[in-house]
Write a protein that binds this ligand. Structure first.
Ligand code: ADP
Length: 306
């Protein structure tokens, strides 16, 4: 085998209370990558469709992640990568993470799997450094492993895969506005009052317990963010209206996907997911902002060969 075609899923990071640690994998949205083993050593990105992104290996997360992996192997193998973007960059649903995950997953396959998927997370996270300045794993972990993941520690990397209740669905609305990364960082507070921190870790623990015990009511009670959402939501026009509409339509919870501007809701079952999506669409009708809506199962497989 010298060529592999890979599906690289979109992901939702943070999931309300789990800022920088929790993530989940979507299956209705993603990129495709074609990775080819070639004689010439190194990594060349030959083609990108769907988005205007850098082809230079060192400027593209796919290239940086691939090189991190090949360096660890001290390998002089060569690869050509094609990226077909289905995820819009800067949408808040792990666009760069999908490419980082796809690159290391595909190359690992072509090298007869020297690494497990869990081991690949660290290399994909290296790729994320050029998108956000830090090697964070909250999108690449669910993109690779599927399901829900919790990044207990980044250094050393310690990622826990969490089971997914069967009927859980996600609705994501992507308002096509630009939220500048510096703005979404600038609104975060350096210090957290102890009272708020207590509420937050109560919710994170309960959310994980809810996923293990298929307890949708507990999941719903835990999908709450004391710390980031009150500040970041100000940057997303219509956030409060959308959230109210989603909850009124029966969503288990609703919050900002990653650093936004996408907004996600979780639901029990597909029927409710459709109701929530239509309520969110109606609520957004007054805002003259183009938007995409995705309804998705939680993808428990992560990045796969197609
Ligand atoms: P999202 O908001 O969807 O999570 P990210 O913040 O992860 O998007 O990534 C967007 C940034 O990463 C952009 O600045 C983009 O230029 C850069 N980038 C580099 N390589 C890629 C790639 N292969 N796919 C998407 N974005 C990339």
């Amino acid at each position: 085998m010298d060529t592999v075609r890979v599906f690289c899923p979109a992901t939702i990071a943070n999931i309300s209370c789990g800022f920088d640690v929790l993530g989940l994998c979507l299956d209705a949205v993603g990129d495709e990558m074609i990775i080819k083993k070639v004689d010439r050593p190194g990594v060349v990105i030959t083609k990108i469709t769907g988005q205007d992104l850098p082809l230079e290996t060192e400027k593209n997360v796919a290239g940086v992640a691939a090189l991190a992996m090949l360096n660890a192997l001290k390998s002089d193998a060569g690869f050509e990568i094609e990226i077909h973007k289905g995820i819009k960059a800067g949408s808040g649903i792990g666009s760069s993470a999908a490419s980082a995950a796809g690159a290391v997953f595909g190359i690992n396959k072509l090298l007869n799997e020297p690494f497990t998927k869990a081991e690949l997370v660290a290399f994909a996270a290296e790729g994320e450094k050029i998108a956000s300045g830090v090697a964070h794993a909250d999108n690449v972990a669910p993109a690779l492993l599927g399901g829900f993941t919790l990044v207990r520690s980044c250094d050393p990397l310690d990622v826990i895969a969490i089971p997914v209740p069967d009927e859980l669905m996600a609705v994501v609305i992507h308002p096509q506005i630009e939220v500048r990364t510096e703005d979404s960082r600038a609104v975060l507070k350096e210090n957290i009052p102890l009272k708020k921190a207590i509420v937050q870790w109560g919710n994170v623990g309960a959310l994980v317990a809810a996923l293990y015990s298929n307890d949708y009511e507990l999941l719903s009670r835990s999908l709450h963010d004391e710390i980031v959402e009150p500040h970041r939501s100000i940057l997303i026009p219509g956030f409060d209206k959308l959230k109210k509409a989603a909850l009124k339509a029966g969503a288990l919870g609703c919050g900002i996907s990653g650093s936004g501007p996408s907004i996600f809701a979780l639901t029990k079952g597909e029927t409710n997911a459709k109701e929530v999506a239509s309520a969110m669409k109606n609520a957004y009708a007054d805002f003259d902002i183009q938007h995409d809506i995705h309804i998705s199962k939680i993808n428990t497989k992560g990045t796969v060969v197609i």
